[in-house]
Design a protein around this ligand. Structure first.
Ligand code: A2P
Length: 322
């Protein structure tokens, strides 16, 4: 078991990264970053949509300027927003991310969603009308966006390109036309929603998997939108998780993350708390037995366990994945 996953192009991504979705308070972000870097985090996951690339860039630069880490030791992931789903806008959005992050390359650039929202301005990354996203039903084919992603690699702006929230058939379509195939697929994976079909379609195509919401995202701020709400799973109290946590003297979160990493899935738990940041990266000094992994696999509730649904009109786009 290594502490990296390796892409087909030999690039290595630390198997535990820091997720930065909803880390929008600059002070909190600043402090969390410093603690995370001190504890050995080197993989940071942001997105244009998270609106914290500047804060991440500032924090990383400060640490690099202090001589505590080099750019080569860091693994920075960011994502093309759904307003950028047009071949003419891909490079522009990548360049904006580079500028905000204050770096001259991105380690991994992902297509955040296979669907498109109308472009209004560079800053408005989720324009809405009447409580719904301004879905762009006439957006160019995904394949044409992928061709523009490949050009980012050619230009040296990004080391690897990948996808997020794609379906098996969307993966196959990209594989058919790709000169530079995706290296990584970021999807929801957690004990109650193990997303098997999409994981299998990814690994069949030599695309590694990174799990968002690996703890079930218990701290999610927005789970009630204009009366539409959804359940947030409580994985920490699951009897299997509790039992294994007692057996190994680890916290429930550590057991949940260990399960995923033993399947060679990278994880990007979010935390701003020093103790929890430390727990989440210290998961490689124990291992679940094969039969415990099997027990974990039985916790999967399939589609019923999905905890990040499509919402606010996303389903109106023909490429909406779920
Ligand atoms: P906090 O930032 O206060 O630590 P996910 O990565 O699945 O989206 O989950 C992130 C949420 O889980 C955050 O609210 C975070 O809260 C909480 N969390 C992160 N790590 C742990 C942990 N080790 N134990 C308990 N809660 C955690």
């Amino acid at each position: 078991m290594t502490d990296y996953i390796e892409f087909y192009n030999k690039q290595r991504m630390p198997i535990v990264g820091l997720g930065l979705w909803q880390s929008d308070d600059p002070n909190e972000l600043d402090q969390a970053l410093e603690k995370a870097l001190d504890q050995g985090y080197r993989h940071f996951d942001t997105a244009t949509l998270y609106k914290n690339e500047e804060g991440l860039g500032r924090g990383l630069k400060k640490y690099m300027d202090a001589g505590k880490v080099t750019r080569e030791e860091l693994f920075i992931v960011t994502k093309l927003p759904w307003t950028g789903m047009h071949p003419d806008r891909v490079r522009r959005f990548a360049e904006l991310s580079l500028k905000k992050l204050q770096v001259n390359y991105i380690d991994l650039y992902l297509v955040h969603w296979p669907l498109a929202i109308k472009y209004v301005s560079d800053e408005e990354v989720a324009p809405m009308e009447n409580g719904k996203f301004l879905i762009d039903k006439e957006s160019p084919p995904l394949e044409s966006v992928w061709k523009a992603m490949e050009e980012l690699v050619d230009a040296g702006l990004v080391k690897s390109i990948g996808i997020s929230n794609f379906t098996p058939s969307q993966i196959e379509r990209i594989m058919k036309i790709a000169r530079i195939p995706p290296t990584n697929h970021q999807i929801e994976v957690q004990a109650y929603f193990q997303n098997r079909e999409v994981r299998e379609a990814s690994t069949r195509n030599k695309i590694t998997v990174c799990a968002y919401g690996p703890l079930g995202s218990p701290g999610r701020k927005d789970y009630n939108f204009n009366g539409f709400s959804y359940d947030i799973p409580n994985l920490f109290e699951d009897p299997l998780v509790v039992r294994l946590s007692e057996k190994y003297g680890k916290t429930p979160a550590q057991v949940l993350l260990r399960f995923l990493t033993q399947l060679n899935i990278a994880v990007i738990p979010k935390s701003t708390n020093a103790g929890r940041l430390s727990q989440n990266i210290n998961i490689l000094d124990f291992a679940l037995t094969p039969s415990e992994v099997k027990e974990f696999e039985k916790l999967d509730k399939g589609e019923a366990g999905r905890s990040f649904p499509s919402l606010l009109g996303m389903q109106d786009h023909p490429e909406c994945p779920f």
